[in-house]
Design a protein around this ligand. Sequence first.
Ligand code: UDP
Length: 458
Amino acid sequence: MAQQLHFLMIPLMSQSHIIPLTDFAKSLARRGALVSIVTTPLNAKRYNPTLASSPRIHLIPLHFPCREAGLPDGCENLDSLNSLDLARQFFHACRLLKSPLHDLIRRLHPSPNCIISTSAISWTQDLADSFRIPRYVFETVSSFTLHCSRKISHLVDSVSFDSELFQVPQIPHSVEFSRNQLPRIRTRLPTPDPAPPRGTLVNTFQELEPWYLNACMEERGSVWSVGPVSLSNRGASERFSRGNEASIDEHYCLKWLDSMERDSVVYACFGSLCTLSIEQITEIGLGLEESNSPFIWVIRKQEKSCGEVEEWLAAEGFEERVRGRGVVVQGWAPQVMILAHPSVGGFLTHCGWNSTLEGVAAGVPMIAWPMFAEQFYNEKMVVDSCADKQGLVRRERVRSAVVELMGERGMRERAEALARAATDAFEDGGSSFLNVTLFIEDVVRANAEMAVNVLESY
Ligand code: UDP
Protein backbone atom coordinates (compact mmCIF):
# COMPACT_ATOMS: atom_id res chain seq x y z
CA MET A 1 0.00 0.00 0.00
CA ALA A 2 2.85 2.34 0.86
CA GLN A 3 4.47 1.48 -2.49
CA GLN A 4 3.44 4.66 -4.24
CA LEU A 5 3.63 6.92 -1.23
CA HIS A 6 6.21 9.66 -1.06
CA PHE A 7 6.95 11.27 2.31
CA LEU A 8 8.68 14.64 2.46
CA MET A 9 10.52 15.19 5.73
CA ILE A 10 11.59 18.65 6.87
CA PRO A 11 13.59 18.58 10.10
CA LEU A 12 14.91 21.51 12.06
CA MET A 13 18.63 21.45 11.22
CA SER A 14 19.70 20.08 14.60
CA GLN A 15 21.09 16.64 15.47
CA SER A 16 18.22 15.87 17.81
CA HIS A 17 15.71 16.46 14.99
CA ILE A 18 17.61 15.13 11.96
CA ILE A 19 18.70 11.87 13.63
CA PRO A 20 15.26 10.62 14.74
CA LEU A 21 13.59 11.73 11.48
CA THR A 22 16.26 9.89 9.48
CA ASP A 23 15.67 6.82 11.64
CA PHE A 24 11.91 7.09 11.13
CA ALA A 25 12.54 7.39 7.38
CA LYS A 26 14.13 3.93 7.58
CA SER A 27 10.93 2.51 9.13
CA LEU A 28 8.87 3.98 6.27
CA ALA A 29 11.32 2.88 3.58
CA ARG A 30 11.18 -0.66 4.96
CA ARG A 31 7.43 -0.57 4.22
CA GLY A 32 8.18 0.26 0.60
CA ALA A 33 7.68 4.03 0.80
CA LEU A 34 9.85 6.66 -0.83
CA VAL A 35 11.22 9.28 1.55
CA SER A 36 12.86 12.61 0.73
CA ILE A 37 14.58 14.47 3.54
CA VAL A 38 15.29 18.17 3.16
CA THR A 39 18.78 19.03 4.30
CA THR A 40 21.66 21.45 3.57
CA PRO A 41 25.01 20.78 1.86
CA LEU A 42 26.99 20.38 5.10
CA ASN A 43 24.35 18.26 6.80
CA ALA A 44 24.07 16.11 3.68
CA LYS A 45 27.80 15.41 3.92
CA ARG A 46 27.36 14.29 7.52
CA TYR A 47 24.33 12.10 6.88
CA ASN A 48 24.91 10.67 3.42
CA PRO A 49 27.08 7.76 4.59
CA THR A 50 24.36 6.54 6.95
CA LEU A 51 21.87 6.33 4.10
CA ALA A 52 24.10 4.76 1.47
CA SER A 53 22.32 1.43 1.79
CA SER A 54 18.78 2.87 1.75
CA PRO A 55 17.90 3.45 -1.94
CA ARG A 56 14.39 4.64 -1.05
CA ILE A 57 15.62 7.52 1.08
CA HIS A 58 16.97 10.64 -0.60
CA LEU A 59 18.57 13.69 0.92
CA ILE A 60 17.72 16.94 -0.83
CA PRO A 61 20.24 19.66 0.02
CA LEU A 62 19.04 23.27 -0.06
CA HIS A 63 21.33 26.26 0.27
CA PHE A 64 21.18 27.36 3.92
CA PRO A 65 21.04 31.17 4.08
CA CYS A 66 23.65 31.76 6.81
CA ARG A 67 24.83 35.16 5.60
CA GLU A 68 21.35 36.38 4.80
CA ALA A 69 20.34 35.66 8.40
CA GLY A 70 23.48 37.13 9.99
CA LEU A 71 25.18 33.81 10.79
CA PRO A 72 28.81 32.92 10.11
CA ASP A 73 29.30 30.68 7.09
CA GLY A 74 29.01 26.98 7.82
CA CYS A 75 26.45 27.30 10.64
CA GLU A 76 24.04 24.89 9.01
CA ASN A 77 23.27 22.93 12.17
CA LEU A 78 22.38 24.13 15.68
CA ASP A 79 25.39 22.21 16.97
CA SER A 80 27.75 24.36 14.89
CA LEU A 81 26.76 27.64 16.58
CA ASN A 82 29.45 29.00 18.88
CA SER A 83 26.76 30.10 21.25
CA LEU A 84 23.05 29.48 21.56
CA ASP A 85 22.76 33.31 21.59
CA LEU A 86 22.79 32.93 17.80
CA ALA A 87 19.70 30.71 17.92
CA ARG A 88 17.40 33.58 16.86
CA GLN A 89 19.41 34.13 13.66
CA PHE A 90 19.48 30.39 13.12
CA PHE A 91 15.69 30.09 13.30
CA HIS A 92 15.44 33.08 10.99
CA ALA A 93 17.68 31.28 8.46
CA CYS A 94 15.39 28.24 8.72
CA ARG A 95 12.38 30.44 7.97
CA LEU A 96 14.11 31.81 4.90
CA LEU A 97 13.96 28.29 3.50
CA LYS A 98 10.22 28.62 3.03
CA SER A 99 10.32 30.03 -0.48
CA PRO A 100 13.04 27.66 -1.82
CA LEU A 101 11.05 24.83 -0.27
CA HIS A 102 7.96 25.95 -2.11
CA ASP A 103 9.87 25.77 -5.41
CA LEU A 104 11.31 22.41 -4.45
CA ILE A 105 7.93 20.86 -3.70
CA ARG A 106 6.55 22.18 -6.99
CA ARG A 107 9.35 20.41 -8.87
CA LEU A 108 9.49 17.23 -6.78
CA HIS A 109 8.67 14.08 -8.67
CA PRO A 110 6.75 12.07 -7.66
CA SER A 111 4.80 14.74 -5.78
CA PRO A 112 4.91 14.22 -2.03
CA ASN A 113 1.83 12.80 -0.34
CA CYS A 114 2.53 14.56 2.92
CA ILE A 115 4.98 16.66 4.87
CA ILE A 116 6.45 15.42 8.13
CA SER A 117 8.21 18.21 9.99
CA THR A 118 9.43 18.68 13.52
CA SER A 119 7.45 20.96 15.79
CA ALA A 120 9.99 23.80 15.89
CA ILE A 121 9.19 24.67 12.27
CA SER A 122 5.45 24.88 12.33
CA TRP A 123 5.49 27.33 9.36
CA THR A 124 5.78 24.26 7.12
CA GLN A 125 2.00 23.96 7.64
CA ASP A 126 1.57 26.80 5.09
CA LEU A 127 3.51 24.79 2.53
CA ALA A 128 1.33 21.73 3.11
CA ASP A 129 -1.80 23.86 2.83
CA SER A 130 -0.71 25.47 -0.40
CA PHE A 131 -0.02 22.09 -2.00
CA ARG A 132 -3.15 20.56 -0.46
CA ILE A 133 -1.27 17.79 1.24
CA PRO A 134 -1.49 16.82 4.91
CA ARG A 135 1.21 17.76 7.36
CA TYR A 136 2.18 15.64 10.34
CA VAL A 137 4.30 16.89 13.18
CA PHE A 138 7.09 14.66 14.46
CA GLU A 139 7.67 15.39 18.14
CA THR A 140 11.23 14.99 19.38
CA VAL A 141 10.18 15.08 23.05
CA SER A 142 8.23 12.53 25.11
CA SER A 143 4.46 12.62 25.58
CA PHE A 144 5.19 13.10 29.30
CA THR A 145 6.96 16.36 28.38
CA LEU A 146 4.25 17.39 25.95
CA HIS A 147 1.52 16.88 28.53
CA CYS A 148 3.30 18.21 31.65
CA SER A 149 4.65 21.33 29.96
CA ARG A 150 1.09 22.27 29.08
CA LYS A 151 -0.12 21.55 32.61
CA ILE A 152 2.46 23.73 34.33
CA SER A 153 2.81 26.60 31.91
CA HIS A 154 0.50 28.83 33.98
CA LEU A 155 1.99 27.74 37.36
CA VAL A 156 5.48 28.99 36.70
CA ASP A 157 4.62 32.58 37.56
CA SER A 158 2.62 31.71 40.66
CA VAL A 159 5.55 30.53 42.83
CA SER A 160 7.36 33.05 44.99
CA PHE A 161 10.98 32.00 44.50
CA ASP A 162 12.99 30.11 41.90
CA SER A 163 13.79 26.98 43.90
CA GLU A 164 10.25 26.58 45.29
CA LEU A 165 8.91 23.21 44.25
CA PHE A 166 5.44 22.80 42.79
CA GLN A 167 3.53 19.70 41.77
CA VAL A 168 2.36 19.01 38.23
CA PRO A 169 -1.44 18.91 38.71
CA GLN A 170 -3.82 16.20 37.53
CA ILE A 171 -1.34 13.54 36.55
CA PRO A 172 -1.12 10.03 38.04
CA HIS A 173 2.46 10.45 39.31
CA SER A 174 3.92 12.76 41.90
CA VAL A 175 6.20 15.02 39.88
CA GLU A 176 7.69 18.29 41.11
CA PHE A 177 9.50 21.08 39.33
CA SER A 178 11.05 24.34 40.44
CA ARG A 179 11.00 27.47 38.34
CA ASN A 180 14.78 27.51 37.96
CA GLN A 181 14.42 24.32 35.96
CA LEU A 182 11.80 25.84 33.72
CA PRO A 183 12.36 29.34 32.31
CA ARG A 184 14.93 28.23 29.79
CA ILE A 185 12.67 25.34 28.88
CA ARG A 186 9.91 27.69 27.91
CA THR A 187 12.11 29.35 25.35
CA ARG A 188 12.99 26.06 23.69
CA LEU A 189 9.80 24.06 23.88
CA PRO A 190 7.78 23.81 20.70
CA THR A 191 5.59 26.83 20.16
CA PRO A 192 1.98 25.90 19.46
CA ASP A 193 1.21 25.25 15.82
CA PRO A 194 -0.65 28.08 14.08
CA ALA A 195 -2.89 25.69 12.20
CA PRO A 196 -3.11 22.23 13.66
CA PRO A 197 -1.30 19.48 11.78
CA ARG A 198 -3.27 16.47 10.58
CA GLY A 199 -1.63 14.28 13.22
CA THR A 200 1.29 13.85 15.58
CA LEU A 201 4.05 11.26 15.56
CA VAL A 202 5.91 10.83 18.84
CA ASN A 203 9.26 9.13 19.26
CA THR A 204 8.21 6.99 22.21
CA PHE A 205 6.34 3.73 22.76
CA GLN A 206 2.97 2.95 24.27
CA GLU A 207 4.28 0.71 27.05
CA LEU A 208 6.69 3.37 28.35
CA GLU A 209 4.20 6.14 29.03
CA PRO A 210 0.66 4.91 28.30
CA TRP A 211 -1.17 7.45 30.46
CA TYR A 212 0.64 10.43 28.95
CA LEU A 213 0.18 9.21 25.41
CA ASN A 214 -3.55 8.86 26.02
CA ALA A 215 -3.60 12.35 27.51
CA CYS A 216 -1.89 13.69 24.37
CA MET A 217 -4.46 11.88 22.22
CA GLU A 218 -7.26 13.54 24.17
CA GLU A 219 -5.64 16.93 23.61
CA ARG A 220 -4.59 16.53 20.01
CA GLY A 221 -6.64 13.80 18.35
CA SER A 222 -4.49 11.63 16.09
CA VAL A 223 -1.27 10.73 17.90
CA TRP A 224 0.90 7.76 16.99
CA SER A 225 3.85 6.55 19.05
CA VAL A 226 6.35 5.11 16.59
CA GLY A 227 9.54 4.66 18.62
CA PRO A 228 12.10 4.10 19.78
CA VAL A 229 13.11 4.98 16.22
CA SER A 230 16.80 4.36 16.99
CA LEU A 231 15.92 0.65 16.86
CA SER A 232 15.58 1.00 13.09
CA ASN A 233 19.40 0.76 13.06
CA ARG A 234 19.53 -2.53 14.93
CA GLY A 235 21.36 -5.17 12.96
CA ALA A 236 22.04 -2.79 10.08
CA SER A 237 25.66 -2.26 9.15
CA GLU A 238 25.11 1.46 8.74
CA ARG A 239 24.36 1.82 12.44
CA PHE A 240 28.11 2.24 12.95
CA SER A 241 28.23 5.57 11.23
CA ARG A 242 24.78 6.76 12.17
CA GLY A 243 24.32 10.46 12.14
CA ASN A 244 27.79 11.79 11.57
CA GLU A 245 31.35 10.89 10.89
CA ALA A 246 32.52 9.67 14.30
CA SER A 247 35.64 11.13 15.90
CA ILE A 248 36.84 7.69 16.90
CA ASP A 249 37.58 4.67 14.79
CA GLU A 250 34.42 2.66 15.26
CA HIS A 251 36.06 -0.69 14.85
CA TYR A 252 38.70 0.20 17.44
CA CYS A 253 35.91 1.30 19.76
CA LEU A 254 34.05 -1.95 19.24
CA LYS A 255 37.18 -4.05 19.76
CA TRP A 256 37.97 -2.16 22.95
CA LEU A 257 34.42 -2.74 24.20
CA ASP A 258 34.71 -6.43 23.26
CA SER A 259 37.75 -6.67 25.54
CA MET A 260 35.82 -5.34 28.56
CA GLU A 261 33.65 -7.32 30.96
CA ARG A 262 29.89 -7.41 30.56
CA ASP A 263 28.07 -4.38 32.06
CA SER A 264 31.34 -2.87 33.27
CA VAL A 265 31.76 0.26 31.12
CA VAL A 266 30.24 3.70 31.83
CA TYR A 267 29.41 5.76 28.77
CA ALA A 268 29.39 9.53 29.46
CA CYS A 269 28.02 11.88 26.82
CA PHE A 270 26.12 15.17 27.01
CA GLY A 271 24.53 15.42 23.58
CA SER A 272 25.10 17.80 20.72
CA LEU A 273 24.33 21.16 22.34
CA CYS A 274 25.43 21.30 26.01
CA THR A 275 28.23 23.74 26.64
CA LEU A 276 30.34 22.86 29.67
CA SER A 277 32.99 25.01 31.33
CA ILE A 278 36.55 23.71 31.43
CA GLU A 279 36.19 23.41 35.25
CA GLN A 280 33.16 21.17 34.79
CA ILE A 281 34.87 19.10 32.13
CA THR A 282 37.85 18.43 34.36
CA GLU A 283 35.63 17.52 37.33
CA ILE A 284 33.81 14.98 35.14
CA GLY A 285 37.10 13.49 33.96
CA LEU A 286 38.53 13.22 37.47
CA GLY A 287 35.27 11.79 38.83
CA LEU A 288 35.25 9.12 36.12
CA GLU A 289 38.88 8.33 36.87
CA GLU A 290 38.23 8.04 40.60
CA SER A 291 35.23 5.77 40.05
CA ASN A 292 37.63 3.05 38.91
CA SER A 293 35.10 1.93 36.29
CA PRO A 294 36.15 1.57 32.68
CA PHE A 295 34.60 4.41 30.67
CA ILE A 296 34.06 6.06 27.31
CA TRP A 297 33.82 9.80 27.75
CA VAL A 298 32.69 12.05 24.92
CA ILE A 299 33.81 15.68 25.08
CA ARG A 300 31.88 17.79 22.63
CA LYS A 301 34.08 19.97 20.45
CA GLN A 302 33.30 23.53 21.46
CA GLU A 303 35.14 26.35 19.82
CA LYS A 304 35.63 28.16 23.15
CA SER A 305 37.02 25.37 25.33
CA CYS A 306 38.55 23.11 22.69
CA GLY A 307 42.12 24.34 23.18
CA GLU A 308 41.76 24.37 26.97
CA VAL A 309 40.53 20.77 26.97
CA GLU A 310 43.48 19.62 24.90
CA GLU A 311 45.86 21.54 27.14
CA TRP A 312 44.34 20.01 30.26
CA LEU A 313 44.40 16.49 28.86
CA ALA A 314 48.06 16.90 27.89
CA ALA A 315 49.25 18.72 31.04
CA GLU A 316 47.50 16.39 33.45
CA GLY A 317 48.56 13.23 31.67
CA PHE A 318 44.93 12.18 32.07
CA GLU A 319 44.78 9.88 29.06
CA GLU A 320 48.09 8.32 30.07
CA ARG A 321 46.77 7.59 33.58
CA VAL A 322 43.54 6.01 32.38
CA ARG A 323 45.05 4.20 29.39
CA GLY A 324 43.48 0.80 28.89
CA ARG A 325 40.60 1.67 31.21
CA GLY A 326 39.22 4.88 29.73
CA VAL A 327 38.63 6.14 26.20
CA VAL A 328 38.26 9.88 25.58
CA VAL A 329 36.40 10.86 22.42
CA GLN A 330 36.80 14.51 21.48
CA GLY A 331 33.94 15.25 19.11
CA TRP A 332 31.36 12.72 18.03
CA ALA A 333 30.86 9.14 19.22
CA PRO A 334 28.78 6.38 17.62
CA GLN A 335 26.36 6.52 20.55
CA VAL A 336 23.76 3.97 19.56
CA MET A 337 26.42 1.41 18.73
CA ILE A 338 28.16 2.00 22.07
CA LEU A 339 24.96 1.80 24.12
CA ALA A 340 23.97 -1.45 22.39
CA HIS A 341 27.23 -3.14 23.34
CA PRO A 342 26.89 -5.70 26.17
CA SER A 343 29.96 -4.31 27.97
CA VAL A 344 28.22 -0.98 28.57
CA GLY A 345 26.55 -1.02 31.96
CA GLY A 346 25.83 2.64 32.70
CA PHE A 347 25.09 5.90 30.90
CA LEU A 348 25.91 9.30 32.35
CA THR A 349 23.59 11.48 30.27
CA HIS A 350 22.33 15.04 29.97
CA CYS A 351 18.87 13.54 29.33
CA GLY A 352 18.14 14.86 25.86
CA TRP A 353 15.09 12.89 24.79
CA ASN A 354 16.91 11.03 22.01
CA SER A 355 19.71 9.98 24.36
CA THR A 356 17.25 9.02 27.09
CA LEU A 357 15.22 6.84 24.77
CA GLU A 358 18.36 5.33 23.23
CA GLY A 359 19.46 4.41 26.76
CA VAL A 360 16.03 2.88 27.46
CA ALA A 361 16.10 0.91 24.19
CA ALA A 362 19.56 -0.41 25.03
CA GLY A 363 18.56 -1.43 28.57
CA VAL A 364 21.32 0.66 30.15
CA PRO A 365 20.71 2.23 33.60
CA MET A 366 21.31 5.96 33.59
CA ILE A 367 22.64 8.73 35.75
CA ALA A 368 20.57 11.76 34.86
CA TRP A 369 22.29 15.10 34.65
CA PRO A 370 19.82 17.44 33.01
CA MET A 371 21.11 20.85 32.03
CA PHE A 372 18.49 22.75 30.08
CA ALA A 373 15.36 22.62 27.96
CA GLU A 374 13.11 19.59 28.31
CA GLN A 375 15.92 17.55 29.88
CA PHE A 376 14.43 18.12 33.35
CA TYR A 377 11.27 16.34 32.25
CA ASN A 378 13.24 13.37 30.95
CA GLU A 379 15.20 13.20 34.18
CA LYS A 380 11.97 12.34 35.99
CA MET A 381 11.61 9.28 33.80
CA VAL A 382 15.01 7.72 34.41
CA VAL A 383 16.51 5.84 37.26
CA ASP A 384 19.20 7.75 39.12
CA SER A 385 20.04 11.40 39.33
CA CYS A 386 23.16 13.51 39.78
CA ALA A 387 22.41 16.24 42.36
CA ASP A 388 23.57 19.88 42.35
CA LYS A 389 22.19 20.62 38.90
CA GLN A 390 22.65 24.32 39.16
CA GLY A 391 26.39 25.06 39.73
CA LEU A 392 29.51 23.01 39.34
CA VAL A 393 29.11 19.27 39.93
CA ARG A 394 32.18 18.14 41.84
CA ARG A 395 34.19 15.05 40.97
CA GLU A 396 33.13 13.33 44.25
CA ARG A 397 29.50 13.50 43.15
CA VAL A 398 30.34 12.12 39.70
CA ARG A 399 32.41 9.36 41.28
CA SER A 400 29.78 8.34 43.86
CA ALA A 401 26.95 8.36 41.29
CA VAL A 402 28.98 6.12 38.97
CA VAL A 403 30.02 3.74 41.77
CA GLU A 404 26.44 3.49 43.02
CA LEU A 405 25.00 2.92 39.55
CA MET A 406 27.50 0.29 38.52
CA GLY A 407 27.04 -1.66 41.74
CA GLU A 408 23.24 -1.80 41.65
CA ARG A 409 21.59 -4.98 40.35
CA GLY A 410 17.89 -4.13 40.65
CA MET A 411 18.23 -1.07 38.47
CA ARG A 412 19.86 -3.10 35.70
CA GLU A 413 17.02 -5.65 35.77
CA ARG A 414 14.42 -2.91 35.47
CA ALA A 415 16.33 -1.29 32.62
CA GLU A 416 16.56 -4.63 30.79
CA ALA A 417 12.81 -5.21 31.19
CA LEU A 418 12.13 -1.78 29.68
CA ALA A 419 14.47 -2.53 26.78
CA ARG A 420 12.57 -5.76 26.05
CA ALA A 421 9.31 -3.78 26.05
CA ALA A 422 10.88 -1.25 23.65
CA THR A 423 12.01 -3.97 21.25
CA ASP A 424 8.62 -5.72 21.40
CA ALA A 425 6.90 -2.41 20.61
CA PHE A 426 9.14 -1.69 17.65
CA GLU A 427 9.27 -5.13 16.06
CA ASP A 428 6.66 -6.58 13.69
CA GLY A 429 3.27 -6.70 15.40
CA GLY A 430 4.29 -4.42 18.28
CA SER A 431 2.49 -1.20 19.25
CA SER A 432 4.87 1.15 17.41
CA PHE A 433 4.93 -1.10 14.35
CA LEU A 434 1.12 -1.08 14.22
CA ASN A 435 1.08 2.68 14.70
CA VAL A 436 3.31 3.14 11.65
CA THR A 437 0.70 1.15 9.69
CA LEU A 438 -2.11 3.31 11.10
CA PHE A 439 -0.17 6.45 10.22
CA ILE A 440 0.42 5.28 6.62
CA GLU A 441 -3.28 4.47 6.32
CA ASP A 442 -4.09 7.97 7.53
CA VAL A 443 -1.85 9.51 4.86
CA VAL A 444 -3.69 7.49 2.20
CA ARG A 445 -7.06 8.55 3.63
CA ALA A 446 -6.03 12.21 3.86
CA ASN A 447 -4.87 12.22 0.25
CA ALA A 448 -8.16 10.67 -0.87
CA GLU A 449 -10.18 13.22 1.13
CA MET A 450 -8.15 16.12 -0.22
CA ALA A 451 -8.50 14.89 -3.80
CA VAL A 452 -12.29 14.80 -3.33
CA ASN A 453 -12.19 18.34 -1.94
CA VAL A 454 -10.20 19.56 -4.93
CA LEU A 455 -12.71 17.91 -7.34
CA GLU A 456 -15.65 19.40 -5.45
CA SER A 457 -14.20 22.88 -5.68
CA TYR A 458 -14.55 22.80 -9.49
N1 UDP B 1 24.89 11.75 19.51
C1 UDP B 1 25.80 10.85 18.99
N2 UDP B 1 27.12 11.00 19.31
C2 UDP B 1 27.58 12.00 20.10
C3 UDP B 1 26.64 12.91 20.65
C4 UDP B 1 25.31 12.76 20.35
O1 UDP B 1 25.42 9.94 18.24
O2 UDP B 1 28.80 12.07 20.34
C5 UDP B 1 23.46 11.64 19.14
C6 UDP B 1 22.66 10.90 20.18
O3 UDP B 1 22.70 9.51 19.93
C7 UDP B 1 21.27 11.50 19.98
C8 UDP B 1 21.55 12.92 19.50
O4 UDP B 1 22.90 12.93 19.04
O5 UDP B 1 20.59 10.79 18.97
C9 UDP B 1 21.43 13.97 20.60
O6 UDP B 1 20.08 14.24 20.83
P1 UDP B 1 19.51 14.49 22.29
O7 UDP B 1 18.03 14.72 22.15
O8 UDP B 1 19.89 13.40 23.20
O9 UDP B 1 20.26 15.78 22.82
P2 UDP B 1 20.62 17.23 22.27
O10 UDP B 1 21.80 17.05 21.38
O11 UDP B 1 19.42 17.80 21.58
O12 UDP B 1 20.98 17.98 23.51
